[in-house]
Design a protein around this ligand. Structure first.
Ligand SMILES: [Zn+2]
Length: 293
């Protein structure tokens, strides 16, 4: 593809928040070749396909940094019993829903959201997936759906002890398999649009052995973890009751934190925990709408 986009207002998303008027962007294949003055580039790239942006804003694609595609099926869903707290929301909604997924449902959940993403300017999605009755190959199904729309994906399977040891092991294997698959694909094509992480549900549903195995996989595969962190007080309460330690401290002890790791929510952090995340350069993703629940 050789494309020249002109008649646009360009937001460069650099450190200076540069906004460019009267500029055009030349794209060759999957890369931006040049950004420059509109009339100059129109001359220089005369042979490129010309795209008139109609005066719209042109900016880098948005990144959704914490997603659950299977949430598609919860849209407009009415529960028979209204949950009275976060743990009940998990038990009555999310854990029932993800247990009902087969691989076909996983594929369509991702496809619906992928279309929605494109419509809203999102080009990269970091998904945190769970389908305990259909673990093996589930990340491939999500990749298949995103691929259809040309989206970039960073995928992982949510390891947890809530469904027993067998499902936990399958989750770890799915992460390891998918990470390796993406590494192989990148060797053949450096522009491969997918990669994997080590997915973990949350401290309160993970035994020590599970954290240890996940940390090992993270280290050997050189990929970070993606885990919910203090989305609700129950994460801290159960962790402290069972393991006599705070959640952030526990994750640090197991080597889960670090610059490659994504923690989602972080609603109930105290100051020392914020410091610990900062010291370890751990990424925290906020989800304002979800956090209003
Ligand atoms: Zn989440």
């Amino acid at each position: 593809m050789s494309l020249l986009i002109h008649n646009v207002l360009i937001f460069a998303n650099n450190d200076q928040n540069t906004v460019l008027e009267g500029h055009a962007v030349a794209i060759e294949g999957s890369r931006i070749q040049e950004i420059g003055g509109e009339s100059e580039l129109k001359q220089k790239y005369m042979q490129f396909e010309q795209f008139d942006g109609g005066g719209r804003l042109l900016m880098p694609g948005l990144i959704n940094a914490h997603m659950h595609f299977y949430g598609t099926f919860a849209r407009g869903l009415a529960l028979q019993q209204a949950p009275s707290n976060f743990h009940e929301i998990l038990k009555l909604l999310w854990w029932k829903l993800d247990s009902a997924l087969d691989l076909q449902a996983v594929y369509y959940s991702a496809l619906v959201q992928a279309i929605s993403a494109v419509k809203h300017g999102v080009t990269s999605i970091i998904d945190h997936h769970a389908s305990p009755k259909a673990v093996a190959g589930s990340l491939d199904k999500i990749e298949e759906a995103l691929n259809l729309l040309g989206l970039r994906g960073l995928l992982c399977y949510e390891v947890s002890d809530r469904d027993g040891e067998e499902i936990r092991e399958l989750g770890l294997q799915e992460n390891a398999r998918y990470i390796q698959k993406c590494k192989n694909a990148r060797q053949e094509n450096p522009d491969h649009l997918f990669d994997g992480m080590v997915g973990l549900h949350a401290s309160f549903t993970l035994e020590n052995e599970s954290l240890q195995k996940a940390a090992e996989l993270s280290k050997t595969s050189n990929r970070g973890c993606h885990i919910h962190l203090l989305e609700d007080r129950v994460d801290g309460d159960i962790t402290r009751g069972k393991f006599q330690i705070g959640v952030v401290e526990r994750l640090r002890e197991f080597g889960i934190l670090g610059e490659k790791t994504i923690t989602a929510h972080g609603i109930h952090l105290d100051e020392s925990e914020v410091d610990l995340l900062a010291e370890t350069d751990t990424v925290v993703v906020h989800n304002p709408q979800s956090n209003m629940n």
